[in-house]
Design a protein around this ligand. Structure first.
Ligand code: SAH
Ligand code: SF4
Ligand code: F3S
Length: 471
């Protein structure tokens, strides 16, 4: 399988101008481009919902957009800089539209908006609106003011709950979006790893209430969603008061969601090793619908570096945790995030990371060169690692991970497994679904309809996908 560097957690453009709603002659058009993690994907969808209620239809043609919204990521320097080069390009389009008498409001949302605020308008004056992740429910109002010519910066942490105030998507709007869906259950982070901007851009940890989550999950299920992925920057830190009056953790919530008719598969991401409690591990043992795939970033394998990163656990704790998880669910596949070249990382520290990878054996992984972020403690540490050393370490680390991912896929050959059919394949007469371990699996279109869960046998393993026939 390919090293999908930034798909889960990074800065790649994850989607562009998805036309979620059909346009009519009178509607205005919005082009949304999403960078970064799945939380941004979810937020973009909710912003589109809010804008739809305001008469904006989605378009994937930026030149015809009355509103361009970039939902941005601040996690690494490259991610943030990408936004400015994109804005330069959009400025030219705005001028062209103005020359033809058309409006183009430019909005910047997401983590760059939160981190840089008004600075964005200072650097790129074509931007009309800057809105941080905690204030999306105020988007329609902010947009009205921006259209009157005001420059708007909304980056206060609102006291009200943005989820409660965003319009609820209507069933008709959810239908047709697919059989898998994201549901944000938790946002923000109190962990303050010394390399990371998230606690500053997303604010402190907030959990959505059980009733809100269950209601949204039921609505998604009624609209045909079969697989639900719960999202949070620290999803396993989620907690809330259950209908029984007791304090629930993520494990208990998963038991509840597994009862919803139609929901056949559950996943959650991203977890922190320190928040994997017993009940969550038991849920993996007890719930067949909880998929045997866990993204559990460790970042580094050296205790010294883990300490400097403020991860607050040792390498051995992580290994022991994985043993416990695998004891509960023996077919569990692990995925991780790694940073190479954190300040002070020596060759020996790096070798510890390689050793940890060898002992865990990952099915998937995302790895990055350390990128100093302004305002984080890591940026001010001594002994920054030379770029060339980071490059060399990243290459070696990725070569090892790539071997493991490839071995994981090869081992699927001849196996029988369940497959959720998600969409038409790229080739004629094919359909594509996902294995329980998130691998894309290609079958003949006669194998079943989109949304079906069928049993298949793997006949061939490709570089990125598996090929199967129904049994
Ligand atoms: N909450 C998640 C991670 C969120 S950020 C967790 O705690 O695991 C996603 C990933 O980006 C991190 O896991 C880390 O590997 C990477 N990352 C974060 N900040 C970084 C930085 N300054 N330089 C390089 N990689 C970084
Ligand atoms: Fe960032 Fe650490 Fe929080 Fe993850 S746990 S979001 S890496 S500060
Ligand atoms: Fe990026 Fe913000 Fe997500 S910094 S990774 S978009 S939480």
């Amino acid at each position: 399988m390919e090293l999908e560097q930034e798909e889960l957690t990074g800065s790649d453009e994850v989607s562009e101008g998805k036309a979620a709603y059909p346009a009519t002659a009178s509607t205005k058009k919005v082009f949304v481009k999403t960078y970064g993690c799945q939380m941004n994907v979810y937020d973009s969808q909710r912003m589109s919902d809010a804008l739809a209620a305001d008469g904006y239809a989605g378009t994937d043609r930026i030149e015809e957009a009355d509103l361009v919204l970039l939902n941005t990521c601040h996690i690494r320097e490259k991610a943030a800089e990408k936004v400015y080069s994109e804005l330069g390009r959009i400025k030219a389009l705005k001028a062209e539209r103005a020359a033809r008498g058309h409006e183009m409001v430019i909005g910047v949302a997401g983590c760059v908006a939160q981190a840089e605020g008004r600075e964005i308008i200072r650097r790129q004056s074509a931007v009309d609106l800057v809105i941080g992740p905690q204030t999306y429910h105020r988007l329609p109002e902010a947009l009205r003011r921006a259209r009157r010519g005001e420059k708007i910066v909304e980056t206060e942490y609102a006291i009200e709950d943005k989820f409660e105030h965003l319009p609820k998507p209507r069933r008709s709007e959810i239908i047709g979006r697919g059989v898998t869906a994201f549901l944000t259950v938790q946002e923000g982070c109190d962990k303050f790893c010394t390399f990371c901007v998230v606690p500053y851009t997303r604010g402190s940890e907030v959990s959505r209430p059980v009733s809100q989550i269950v209601a949204e999950a039921m609505k998604l299920a009624e609209a045909g969603v079969r697989e639900l992925t719960l999202l949070g920057q620290n999803v396993n830190a989620w907690h809330g008061e259950g209908p029984d009056g007791r304090e629930w953790g993520l494990g208990r919530l998963l038991y509840r969601l597994a009862e919803i008719p139609g929901i056949a598969r559950l996943r959650y991401t991203t977890s922190h090793p320190r928040d994997m409690d017993d009940e969550l591990i038991e849920a993996h043992r007890d719930l067949p619908s909880l998929m045997p795939y866990l993204h559990l970033p460790v970042q580094a394998g050296s205790d010294r570096i883990l300490k400097a990163m403020n991860r607050r656990h040792k390498a051995a704790d992580y290994i022991r945790l994985i043993e416990r998880i695998r004891a509960a669910r023996p077919d569990m596949a692990l995925s991780g995030d790694f940073i190479v070249g954190f300040p002070g990382e020596t060759d020996a520290d790096f070798e510890d990371t390689m050793e940890l990878i060898r002992s865990v054996e990952y099915a998937q992984a995302y790895s990055f060169k350390y990128s100093p972020r302004p305002g984080t403690p890591g940026a001010d540490m001594k002994d920054h690692v030379a770029e060339a050393v980071k490059d060399e370490r990243l290459q070696r680390l990725q070569a090892l991970l790539s071997t493991q991912m490839h071995a994981f896929n090869l081992a699927m050959s001849g196996k029988t497994m369940d497959l959720l059919i998600e969409k038409p394949g790229r080739q004629h007469a094919q359909r594509v679904g996902r294995s329980p371990w998130l691998q894309p699996v290609v079958v003949d279109e006669t194998a079943g309809e989109i949304g079906d869960i069928i049993t298949v046998r793997i006949t061939r393993t490709g570089h990125n996908s598996l090929f199967a026939e129904p049994v």
